[in-house]
Design a protein around this ligand. Sequence first.
Ligand code: ADP
Length: 497
Amino acid sequence: MSPHIDAATPHPFLGGTPKRLLIGGQWRPAASGRTFDTHNPASGARLAAVAEGDAADVDAAVQAARAAFEGPWSRFKPDERQALLLRLADVVEAHHDELAWLDTLDMGAPLRHTRGSRRHLVGLLRWFAGQATALYGQTAQTSLNGDMFAATLKEPVGVVGSIIPWNGPLWATVFKVAPVLATGCTLVLKPSEEAPLAPLRFAELALQAGVPEGVINVVTGFGRGAGAALAAHAGVDKVSFTGSVATGQAIVRASAGNLKRLSLELGGKSPHILFDDADIAAAARAAAMGVFANAGQICSAGTRVYVQRRIHDAVVDAMAEVARSLHVGDGLDPVTDIGPLVSGPQMQKVLDYMAGARDERARLVAGGERLTGPAHRHGHFVAPTVFADVHDPMRIAREEIFGPVAAVMPFDDLDEVVRRANASPYGLGAGVWTRDVGRAHAIARRLQAGSVWVNCYNQMDPSMPFGGVKLSGYGRESGLQHLDEYLHVKGLWIQAT
Ligand code: ADP
């Protein structure tokens, strides 16, 4: 059972010696002996020291993952992998409060929000359990002479290196672990240096659920050390990465040595389009929360809000009202809607974008500043912010901010807004609000995005794929496509006569 969780009780996971690396089923310090500290972004308090893995540790973890891939794990039948995923789902369900609490402490998201992921995360593990026994190849009717049996086999790609960010560590861990277990691959997971605690606790729970040694390895550390080493390692068959575009591009370059398979879920500057026949109150609230949720630290945040001119002023007012009504504070406080940004540098980056927007003469309607009152002064808090009179060329309309900053712009007609929405190097999500079902279908097909949400935003379900086009990356997570990212297709030809 989860230990009792509240703000005042120190968690046993946080006490004692530095958190260690998981390599081949053993918890070990980094080969260098180095550690780094992880902090609570709401208070600045040090939470724990964590092993700083580097190339030597990555090498040991990749060897352990290879040995496991070629060892008894390779003989696990689909129904055995399914049973393992179901046990893991049960353990994660029983400990979800604890995992959510660690995420809240480590990266700041409100406990209400991190706890709210239980159904989806446990559901994902159970959905992948189902997929483990639903892997199919195909047979082909060839045009060759003779009696040819031609078929495709699906085989696990091998050792997977997964590099994850800090904006949803628990989510990202489940997204990376579940397909590995379902397909029979093995994993070296590199959590973000900003928020490594929930992934480490998750790995403990995975061992408890019976995941064999070496199947899941965890190397904590920095991007330039452990991350870069994992991306370049010749013993890694695939890298699954979630993070920034610049790092994604570095990983593509690093992967060239052995032509690893890659899936990349990168940034976005997603358009959220509100037509004037929409339910204005619902649309405005969704547009606001599409930016402010998780303090704007969501890659599919709908940060470019295009509003049809007739309802523009009403939507700006309503979004500003939402911004002002949100309680910004420590994620452990039950009334908190929006937590801090993850770090000082991230906060400074967001404040710089706000200053730049003012310089470019966008009109500040709400927020626009760091919060420095008694409840905020030790953390990285900024006010939910709405800028109106934004023009497409302004930086806040083009660049990913990763903070709670909405850029609102008017538009007149469908062709215009499609052209402007698509005139971005990114293509992750897009939102549309309209009561006209024909228009909804038409625009959904024309928007360049991995996901289009109509009369809703940022919906997720294990059955649906998530991922991007253009600079938002390639590959899909969740949905039927996810497992194919972890499988090779082998052509089998048997001349029967
Ligand atoms: P974010 O904006 O989420 O911090 P990053 O791309 O900087 O995005 O970080 C995401 C993950 O990528 C983190 O785990 C980080 O340590 C890792 N990372 C950063 N730089 C590199 C790199 N050059 N190679 C591999 N991983 C990296």
